[in-house]
Design a protein around this ligand. Structure first.
Ligand code: SF4
Length: 311
């Protein structure tokens, strides 16, 4: 959050028509205007309230890779009221919604699903804090508070799996670096908190829009994808595509969140951030695709606060 409402624009004979509704009214409004079924709007609205990503909380496991995290997006999501186009949010949240559907009917016995790390059972751990009700964080480095939600973990903590949903691509690019960083963050937190060794990890890739059913689901596990990273390499590097290790970026993000928390003029603070997201997400592999233009859900807010920011 804070997403306060949904917007929708469309061209009509050269004119831009705008629709907007506050979050509570959005399902009925979008249904009535034939823009989106109420159920889809409700499903999106239910994903807008992850307390772990609100003001006053630390970093999450999905934002530890310098190469894929837009600092501006993180701050806009936490500190500004956002009116969001639900079509872009659908793109961003489709994977999460698919996970919910998969998990709504249960799963194999002996596994926990959508498991928060840490959680209330770690409340007495000396390095666990709860910055607000229902949010638990682990001090992974001094002053760096981290939380995560892993898709599947075995009851004895020996194995964890994560589901990643992507648009179909004929080229198999394997496991992305930011996924490895994220999975190992879950792993190291579990090992520290439970005193166990995570022996195996698996990424299930789910391809949306695949016409080849053989390619819709694909599992990546050890040893071919080198999912289990050495902890020192995970934390300190060496440099991988200029990204470095997790520690340095997590400390930067933590400082940024604390500085923004203290800033009286949050919008002014965010405006002064360099537009590294724009450069970062201009895809070299596919010049026709760019996060800033094509799927960043907070782009309307980002554009509004950025003088001269255009495409
Ligand atoms: S539009 Fe681009 S620069 Fe702005 S928040 Fe989104 S990814 Fe970051």
């Amino acid at each position: 959050m804070p997403i306060v409402g949904f917007t929708w624009t469309k061209m009509d004979n050269g004119r831009v028509l705008e629709f907007a509704a506050p979050l509570a009214e959005a399902p009925e409004y979008f249904e009535r205007n034939g823009l989106m079924p109420a159920e889809a709007v409700l499903a999106l609205a239910s994903e807008c309230g992850d307390e772990r990503r609100t003001a006053g909380c630390g970093v999450s496991a999905s934002m530890l890779d310098r190469g894929t995290t837009c600092r501006r997006e993180v701050l806009i999501n936490r500190y500004m009221d956002n009116w969001v186009d639900p079509r872009k949010l659908w793109d961003a949240e489709e994977g999460t919604l698919i996970h919910h559907v998969l998990f709504s009917t249960g799963g194999l016995p002996g596994w926990e699903r959508e498991y928060l790390i840490p959680n209330e059972r770690h409340a007495n751990h000396p390095k666990v804090r709860s910055p607000k009700p229902g949010v638990w964080e682990y001090e992974i480095f001094p002053g760096v508070w981290l939380s995560g939600r892993v898709d599947k973990v075995k009851d004895d903590w020996s194995e964890l799996h994560d589901f990643k949903t992507q648009r179909y691509s004929a080229t198999d690019r394997g496991v992305k670096h930011d996924w490895r960083v994220q999975l190992n963050a879950y792993r190291f937190m579990l090992e520290d908190l439970e005193g166990v060794t995570v022996k195996a990890m698996k990424v299930w890739k789910i391809m949306r829009g695949s016409y080849d059913h053989n390619k819709t689901f694909k599992a990546y596990s050890e040893p071919d994808q080198v999912l289990l990273m050495d902890r020192a390499v995970w934390a300190e590097g060496p440099e991988l595509n200029g990204r470095g290790g997790v520690r340095e970026f997590a400390q930067e993000m933590t400082q940024l969140l604390e500085d923004c928390e203290k800033a009286e003029d949050k919008e002014g603070f965010i405006r002064l951030l360099p537009l590294d997201g724009k450069a970062m997400f201009t895809s070299r592999k596919d010049p026709g695709q760019c996060k800033c233009r094509d799927w960043c859900s907070v782009r309307p807010t980002c554009d509004r606060i950025q003088i001269g920011f255009g495409y």
